[in-house]
Design a protein around this ligand. Structure first.
Ligand SMILES: *Cc1c(COP(=O)(O)O)cnc(C)c1O
Length: 410
């Protein structure tokens, strides 16, 4: 097999600019209408409302509310549950900080479950190990677009009457047993940030089938002001987390492209998976039975026992071939970041961590074998729907070539 030289290969499409994004005429048409209307706030305009309606319809869910970011979406979900200070929220340490900061802002304690080293997702077993009588919510992250194994997680949660929040920032239209993620738990949170499946630059969406939660989420986005009520008030503590009509216009156009974008990502991933099949030391991403991953990223396992230097060495070689990958995905689990490790929260108070059970903030390495093994062996390949089949073949050949080189030099 011939390995193409880096020189012959144009740069791969990148989701941080036009090469890897599908933004165009449709967005401009809606944007023009929004601008011409003179109404840029979602409290009066039509686009954010239309985006919310379309998204709810697409997922078959009762309520969808747009907000200013994926972090805001998770914050809405946590605030919607109306936790008490010191309540515990079991979640993943391999996620975006935007999924964790909201827990702390609401005075709750993030309690970190270990993950499956293959998928880097939390499991029923790792969650169960962290449940206590103070657990008031579980936040699952469908990392890289691959659904968590939800059946058992749901069973555990239902048994103890603990609501599940699904962080679907990376998992638009992913399914588990024919249900869209985000509609399996009580609340789903999505991100429209630049690097996600569809984008408004910054933005988020929260979904739920629960009317009472929906009401609280709506209020939380709107300074808890009771719009339309007989005698409205600011009912509780909340910020302005609204999305603007400009984002709503772009978001509505992007949503029309979502299903095709997802299908394309899935198709391209299946091609790379076929290529990698049977390449010793490399394992394609796996999903639970009856689940559909939507490949936010293509996370391949690089066995450090087969390749000296592991994913890092692999990434360096791929970089020479103009393929920029992320070994480890994140450098360290969330609990090693200063905000959590040193409890840097409000002034010097360390609140709400001052309320935590010692066990809930015990981050010793031995409790997280899956986290460390998972991070040490993962290589994250950027993925998007603008990749051509030729691009994917180039990535595949480069990976197979790199595997051969690294194995030989061992
Ligand atoms: C991107 C992301 C977030 C945060 O979304 P923002 O829009 O960047 O605030 C939260 N969770 C996960 C898993 C993400 O990938």
């Amino acid at each position: 097999m011939n390995i193409e030289s880096a020189q012959s290969q144009r740069p791969l499409p990148n989701d941080q600019d036009a090469s890897g994004r599908n933004l165009g005429e449709r967005e401009l048409v809606y944007l023009k209408e929004a601008i011409a209307s003179g109404t840029l706030t979602s409290t009066k305009g039509r686009f954010v409302k239309a985006l919310e309606r379309s998204f709810a319809e697409m997922l078959g869910v009762k309520h969808a509310y747009a907000c200013s970011s994926g972090s805001a979406a998770v914050h809405c979900a946590i605030a919607g549950l109306d936790l008490e200070p010191g309540d515990e929220v079991v979640t993943s340490p391999i996620t975006d900080m935007g999924a964790l900061a909201p827990i702390i802002y609401q005075g709750a304690i993030p309690v970190f479950a270990d993950v499956d080293p293959q998928t880097l997702n939390v499991t029923a077993k790792t969650i169960a190990a962290k449940l206590s009588d103070r657990t008031k919510a579980i936040v699952v992250t469908h990392l890289f677009g691959t659904p968590c194994e939800m059946t058992e997680i749901e069973a555990h949660a239902a048994e103890r009457n603990i609501p599940i929040v699904e962080d679907c920032a990376q998992a638009f239209l992913a399914t588990h047993r024919d249900r869209y993620v985000g509609t399996i738990g009580k609340i789903g949170a999505f991100s429209l940030q630049q690097g996600k499946h569809v984008t408004t630059g910054e933005g988020g969406i929260v979904v739920t089938n629960d009317d009472d939660l929906a009401r609280r989420i709506f209020l939380f986005i709107n300074k808890a002001w009771g719009y339309g009520d007989a005698s409205p008030d600011h009912y509780f503590l909340a910020l302005n987390y609204r999305m603007s009509e400009l984002q709503g216009a772009v978001g509505l156009a992007q949503l029309e492209k979502l299903e095709r974008a997802v299908e394309r990502r899935v198709l391209l991933a299946s091609i790379l998976t076929k290529w990698l099949d049977g390449c010793p030391g490399l394992s394609a991403p796996i999903s639970p039975a009856d689940a559909r991953s939507v490949y936010w990223r293509y996370a391949v396992r690089v066995d450090p026992a087969v390749f000296p230097g592991g994913p890092q060495a692999f990434a360096r070689r791929l970089k020479d071939k103009s393929i920029l990958t992320a070994p480890r995905y994140i450098q360290k689990p969330a609990f090693e970041c200063a905000v959590i490790r040193d409890q840097r929260t409000f002034g010097k108070s360390r609140w709400p961590f001052t309320l935590a059970r010692p066990d809930a903030v015990n981050y010793e390495r031995e409790h997280y074998p899956g986290v460390y093994k998972g991070l040490d062996g993962v290589l994250v390949i950027p993925w998007n729907d603008r990749l051509s089949i030729g691009d994917v073949e180039y990535i595949a050949r480069s990976m197979i070539g790199t595997a051969r080189e690294l194995r030989v030099s061992a």
